[in-house]
Design a protein around this ligand. Sequence first.
Ligand SMILES: Cc1ncc(COP(=O)(O)O)c(C=O)c1O
Length: 388
Amino acid sequence: MNFEDKINRKNTNSIKWDGHEKFNIHPDAIPLWVADMDFRTLPEITQALNKQVEFGVYGYAFEPESYFDSVIGWMKRRHQWNIQKEWILTTPGVVSGVNACILAFTQEKDSILIQEPVYHPFKNSIKYNKRIPIINELVRNNTHYSIDFNDFENKIVENNVKLFILCSPHNPVGRVWLKEELIQMADICHKHHVMIVSDEIHMDFIFKGYEHHVLVNLKPEYQDFVITLVAPSKSFNLAAFKVSQLITSNIDFKKRIEHEYERLGFHGHNTFGLLACEVAYRSGDQFMDDVVEYIYQNIVFIKKYVEENLNQIKVMDIEGTYLLWLDMSALNLDQKSLMEFLNQKAHLWFNDGSIFGESGKGFVRMNCATQREIIKQALDQLKNAMNQ
Ligand SMILES: Cc1ncc(COP(=O)(O)O)c(C=O)c1O
């Protein structure tokens, strides 16, 4: 794969590239926001999809055995996680799985714990379902984030928390949680009978020197209260297909979650999504290694550029994901003015850090899964705007 190839995504109904007017963004702003990649997916996926398109009959579909084998194979090869077909529930997106778990395992007004700054749909899902978000703030130390475990446990006890939504690896702070950190969180949850929904959608984007641990795999007893959410959508740029997996060995849990989907009338699956997922997980090892390496080199490039040219900006450490967390608080702008400056003066479109929580004020999130040429252009524009 040549990730340097610039692909014109304009006029393709891409939310990232064509959403400027809808989101009131300067028409020339370079989009470095929503988490999809500007890379073509694995060619084998496109070939398989083309064949399916040519067939021309697109009726209701179920998951073939080969799909389950492929998901099982990827988890085993890439994550040393042995799962069984019966544990897999194919879902139309990870966020839908978060919501289904909230509905299946909590009641209205129950407390649900999250760790801000964090992927903002978690809090929305809690609120939309009339549950109460409880925040265990991540602790920032210069460019590194860690967990305040005392606060984590106190918040659980004081608020009678029923469910914890974990983001692992963490979007947007870029942490790949250590085994010890994961165990400490899960043991506290176990002690206080808190269920965990572990969103591991970024599990495949791990940089040199770090290792992703599937939480439920760390101790056998975690199977009794941890539900894992994964998807090929980030890893292989398949977000539009809306295919993801909710994995639990507890068949009763699975039935309860399935029931929530049934209540909403969800049934059947997208043939193209199933096929893309199957091919990705069967044949995508080299692609995955290569794309992670390309993104890693982008990050090395950004860090060097910022160090040499943009010393008011602090780049947070990034151990995994392709989302970089940038501290721009030294510019001394309130959040609205910061976003206006980036958008109107620098013509850049980042995610506003404050959507990830109060502690995200002064920050923006930058999507690094694009061509280095685009990144260089974006950084040059930022430098010029700041110099003015
Ligand atoms: C942590 C996390 N979970 C879930 C999603 C989205 O998942 P889906 O599109 O499958 O609902 C994202 C997308 O950025 C994400 O970062």
